[in-house]
Write a protein that binds this ligand. Structure first.
Ligand code: C5P
Length: 221
């Protein structure tokens, strides 16, 4: 393996949106570009880690030197994550759809006199919480993201506790911040010992700083 602060470690990263089918030609998804998650996978590989990236559909190339697994739905993402474990570090940057359509139609839903279809939804598995609450084979460091439009820090602290992770990277995605799909990000690192706010910087710089921070935490553990 390449030398570096994460040499000898397996790092798992999720990235991008998920797609939840309505019928064979339609789906529900979100605006995640995958830029931040892919940047983290690249930075971890540059730090010497063996990296597995589990990504939903994005228009980015697979990062060089990273084992990339392509999935569509949240349930596929969870299965790919479980198949990729064990890992010492797991970073959940994907924007996973919270709900999926309860009864996916087998054929294309037709427009007709009956009017629009009534879709009902069921909850998707929470991949981050599932892995963070594992009794056996839990990664040493589990990192979640929180995209919030208001009360960023309070929501992140609540999420840290509820999801059982070690660190939440919280970002403000309110209109005007240009975080969703943009190239820069303002993040707050929310952990058990408090909050650290980083100045707005490129998603690549956020990724490198996060990887450096995780390297320091692993060295201390
Ligand atoms: O609850 P919320 O979606 O805001 O939490 C965001 C964090 O949880 C992110 O790290 C995201 O990748 C993760 N998550 C997940 N599975 C879900 C929903 C969110 O892993 N079904």
């Amino acid at each position: 393996a390449a030398p570096g602060p994460l040499a000898g470690h397996h790092v798992l990263v999720t990235s991008g949106p998920t797609r939840e089918a309505i019928d064979p030609v339609r789906y529900i998804s979100n605006h995640s570009s995958g830029k931040q998650g892919h940047a983290i996978a690249r930075a971890a590989a540059e730090a010497g880690a063996r990296v597995t990236l589990v990504t939903g559909p994005v228009s980015l190339p697979d990062p060089a030197g990273v084992a990339t697994v392509h999935v569509e739905s949240a349930r596929e993402m969870l299965a790919a994550v479980e198949a990729a474990l064990p890992a010492t570090v797991a970073i959940f940057a994907a924007a996973v759809a919270d709900w999926r359509v309860a009864d996916v139609a087998g054929g294309k839903i037709k427009k007709g006199p009956g009017g629009p279809p009534a879709l009902s939804f069921v909850e998707n598995p929470d991949i981050l919480a599932t892995i963070a609450h594992r009794k056996q084979g839990r990664p040493d460091l589990v990192v979640g993201f929180a995209a919030e439009t208001e009360n960023v820090l309070d929501n992140a602290r609540a999420k840290l506790a509820r999801k059982g992770c070690d660190l939440i990277v919280a970002n403000d995605v309110a209109v005007g911040t240009d975080t969703f799909g943009g190239d820069s990000n303002t993040v707050h690192l929310v952990g058990a010992s408090g909050v650290e706010t980083w100045a707005r910087q490129s998603k690549d710089a956020v990724a490198r700083a996060l990887v450096a921070e995780l390297g320091r935490r692993l060295a201390k553990a």
